[in-house]
Design a protein around this ligand. Structure first.
Ligand SMILES: Nc1ncnc2c1ncn2[C@@H]1O[C@H](COP(=O)(O)OP(=O)(O)OP(=O)(O)O)[C@@H](O)[C@H]1O
Length: 248
């Protein structure tokens, strides 16, 4: 097997402008199978826009290519991309509060993934709940869930269709340190099931704990890629977060 066949998701010179703002400015990156890849960078750097471009939700790149599992996907529909096995979560927990925990996971299963019978199997939904360690009665309403449990539920909804790659947008946002640790444990467990992950995160300790490699974006461009310890001590990264001269 050559090196490239290990790459499951790649961006080649991907770009997107909003009017005169180049939000993503020619980003190239590649993620290998079974890897956890972190994305960090200051507010407005273009991280979420990059996720949007990788998944086609709700926008497409205006330049460059996205390759997922050997397919060029930048012009594919979000549904096609999800069915092919590339799923994502959002910064805000998308939980339907009037529905039960189980029904929320079923909604995730309706979008992408394996054959119909398998998708709608309650057993499959329960497996996804187990994978995120969300115990208790699956028929209870979702509106009473704590923040970490809402996050677990959103991740279960993304996992239930059996994606090969999961993109997580700031999963640790708003969590206290104990819940951050719980999140790290559950994502390590998800990784153990063979799901490749790309994680946008401002809580850098989460990336230090989980990521094999990470990249830092600034003004729409990747400024450094490497192992978390190397990246986070790089003077260019310190300057991107704290301003010019901060690293001196
Ligand atoms: N639909 C849009 N229309 C216009 N500008 C947009 C749109 N989406 C994003 N932007 C702009 O693109 C830039 C990148 O935004 P993006 O949300 O990708 O940054 P981010 O790195 O994810 O930031 P944060 O860490 O705060 O979530 C910002 O200047 C933002 O205001």
């Amino acid at each position: 097997m050559n090196g490239d066949s290990q790459v499951i998701l790649a961006a080649h010179e991907v770009g997107k402008s909003f009017g005169s703002l180049r939000a993503v400015d020619g980003v190239s990156m590649s993620v290998t199978r079974d890897e956890v890849f972190g994305l960090a960078g200051p507010n407005g750097a273009g991280k979420s826009t990059l996720f949007n471009l990788l998944t086609g939700i709700p926008i497409r790149p205006d330049s460059g290519k996205v390759i997922f599992d050997g397919h060029e996907i930048q012009n594919r529909s979000p549904r096609w991309i999800a069915k092919a096995g590339l799923k994502r979560t959002f910064q805000t927990e998308a939980v339907f509060e009037s529905l039960s925990v189980l029904e929320n996971v079923r909604i995730g299963s309706a979008y992408g993934g394996a054959g119909k019978a398998r998708r709608w199997a309650p057993a499959r939904c329960r497996e996804a709940l187990d994978a995120v360690e969300l115990g208790g009665d699956p028929n209870r309403p979702a509106d009473g869930l704590s923040l970490i449990d809402r996050k677990r539920l959103m991740i279960a909804g993304a996992l239930v269709s059996g994606p090969s790659v999961l993109l997580l947008d700031e999963p640790a946002a708003g969590l206290d340190p104990a819940d951050q640790d719980a999140l790290i444990r559950l994502l390590a467990g998800v990784r153990g099931t063979g799901v490749t992950m790309v994680i946008i995160e401002h809580v850098l300790s989460v990336l230090e704990a989980l990521a094999d490699r990470m990249a830092v974006l600034d003004s729409g461009r990747i400024i450094v890629t490497g192992r978390p310890a190397e990246v986070l001590s790089d003077p260019r990264v310190v300057e991107a977060y704290l301003g010019p001269g901060a690293a001196r």
